[in-house]
Design a protein around this ligand. Sequence first.
Ligand SMILES: CC(C)(COP(=O)(O)OP(=O)(O)OC[C@H]1O[C@@H](n2cnc3c(N)ncnc32)[C@H](O)[C@@H]1OP(=O)(O)O)[C@@H](O)C(=O)NCCC(=O)NCCS
Length: 304
Amino acid sequence: MSKIRIAKEEELSKILVFAKNYRPDIELSWLSKWVNKIVVVEKNGRLMGSALCSFEEETFIHFMNAEDWDTLVELAKYLLDNAFETGSTKVRTFIPANRIDLQMSLTKLGFEYEGRLRKSMLNVDGKLIDAISMCKWTPDIPKIPKHVFEPLGFHIRPYRSEDYGKILELSRDAFPGEDPFEDAELIEEISRDNPELNLIALDKNGRIVGGIFAWEWAPKNAWIYLLAVLHSAQGHHVGTLLLKKLEENARRKGILRLQVDTNVNNFPAILFYLKNGFEFEYREIAASKLKRKDTDDAVFSKSI
Ligand SMILES: CC(C)(COP(=O)(O)OP(=O)(O)OC[C@H]1O[C@@H](n2cnc3c(N)ncnc32)[C@H](O)[C@@H]1OP(=O)(O)O)[C@@H](O)C(=O)NCCC(=O)NCCS
């Protein structure tokens, strides 16, 4: 059984470990001033997580950390419910920009990237480092399809015109409800100039399992127009290996940067890009005629 309660003075040194792992600049002396605001999760007599928030119109999470994912979700749910019930309209937190693991955990909890704060947080060795701001406007935690890695046999080769039908199959499966011909037509066109940037993955029966399609839209910059893996093949690192091969080919062509956009609510894709070394660049606000659909995009980039 787990219990969420206010921290005790004698627990501060354990709490400091959770806190420092989230924000390296937190010190024991600072923490001790907030002891009656710090919450802890206790399971079978053990401290499993801890957090500190200032609940205001805009709640700020100083730190929120736990030993395992389920405890973190429990703690986050408690804080988010509290924040929105007590009148907050936004919850924000700052983390070191180089902590992709934290950024991914917050993304899974439904936080969005807000911006980068240059040289604004002290590292453990006293150096100023960049931080990023992540924020959230609702208490709900998204349901992200479970990702379980299993090996799958497949090979990768450049797209050819005779693969047109395969692209329709892939596009229908990965983007249900969208026009598959739009993708297929564009891929047919962009692959003519850059076959090595337009790759498909096939299983041993010649069935398409995934594809990645990019073009050099500006000198030395390639834009990934489409990355898709068949539903039944997701979680087998097809996406990762397609991206690796694209990076290898792009580098050989002298391309220095890859860019991609995806819907801000496409959490699996956002987690995929973060895991593969992409950084969030900006949020592309949808044109107002499209506003009824949740169509804002998040743009990511990676230097290769
Ligand atoms: C996004 C997509 C391309 C990922 O392809 P994939 O082959 O299933 O992904 P991989 O197996 O290579 O996963 C690599 C990493 O991405 C992250 N990831 C991928 N899918 C995830 C999911 N559903 N939940 C959480 N993390 C996920 C994980 O960190 C994973 O690393 P791990 O295996 O070490 O946990 C695939 O889900 C897809 O085609 N989705 C539908 C179409 C789409 O949204 N395309 C992108 C739009 S731009």
